[in-house]
Design a protein around this ligand. Structure first.
Ligand SMILES: [Zn+2]
Length: 269
């Protein structure tokens, strides 16, 4: 940057000096006017390294500031809801084996039960909030009850880890419970709502069939959507998790955590 400013100042000085070169005063003989001829000047050339370095700097800056286009990349976002749990440790081990990052949407009572797991997960992965009650009648009673449950999770996570996360997942998904008024309320409170694009239905199968379910939905998934997979911290889910990771790893995918700069995916209302 200093080099760039110095180069510009030097360039300006040289140009100003060149422009101020005084012309000899010539007296025109009586009856004649002096017509100013164009002044011949040697074209000023800037040393090549002054320009190239600055241009390269600018190009690099432009590339760095480009937004992340997750739909163009081969990325899978694994999301585990309802934890932490007794299975968390094993999930972390499997993820580490595949150099995979994931996102965990936590319930407050479970964070209270497993505070050490929360701290451990927070070191390598992203944590978001899933509320307190996980009960449709309670959390979706009003816009403020949704916001309050999510804030309780946010406060408790901060207390445990010093991390303030704005990511949330609505229990049972945003549709149809998160009516437009509720969505606006969580947005106003600074939260970023995330649904999934693939529901593994591991909550229903409770065996290895959820892998086939994921693959079937993945094959139908439109290419403009991110691959966000809904999973739970069930024993059966963990048991077959390496098969799932293998499937996507062999297709050249990497596994990343959601973050607050990604455009959040929400299912149509
Ligand atoms: Zn849930």
């Amino acid at each position: 940057m200093k080099h760039k400013i110095f180069s510009l100042i030097l360039l300006m000085i040289v140009l100003v000096l060149a422009g101020c070169k005084e012309q000899p005063i010539v007296q025109a003989p009586a009856g004649f006017h002096i017509i100013k001829a164009p002044i011949e000047r040697t074209p000023f050339t800037v040393p090549i390294d002054w320009i190239t370095i600055d241009i390269v700097d600018e190009i690099v800056e432009e590339i760095d500031s480009e937004p992340i286009k997750h739909v163009d990349e081969k990325v899978v976002y694994l999301t585990f809801d309802d934890g932490p749990s007794k299975q968390t440790e094993q999930i972390l081990q499997i993820l580490a084996d595949y150099d995979a990052k994931a996102t965990f949407f936590y319930l407050v009572p479970n964070m209270i039960e497993f505070p050490d797991k929360v701290r451990e997960v927070a070191m390598n992965h992203t944590i978001g909030h899933h509320g307190v009650s996980h009960n449709k009648e309670i959390i979706y009673r009003s816009a403020s009850s949704v916001v309050e449950e999510m804030m309780e999770g946010q406060d408790y996570l901060y207390e445990l880890t010093g991390i303030s996360s704005n990511l949330i997942r609505a229990p049972f998904g945003s549709s149809p419970y998160m009516v437009p008024e509720y969505k606006q309320a969580v947005r106003d409170a600074g939260f970023i709502l995330w649904d999934w694009t693939i529901d593994s239905r591991d909550w229903q199968y409770r065996d290895g069939r959820y892998i086939d379910e994921v693959i079937t939905q993945y094959e139908k998934l439109s290419s403009d959507k991110p691959v966000v997979i809904l999973l739970h911290e069930h024993i059966e889910t963990v048991e077959h998790l390496p098969t799932l990771l293998n499937y996507f790893a062999q297709k050249g995918y990497t596994f990343r955590s959601l973050n607050e700069s990604l455009p959040a995916y929400v299912n149509p209302y």
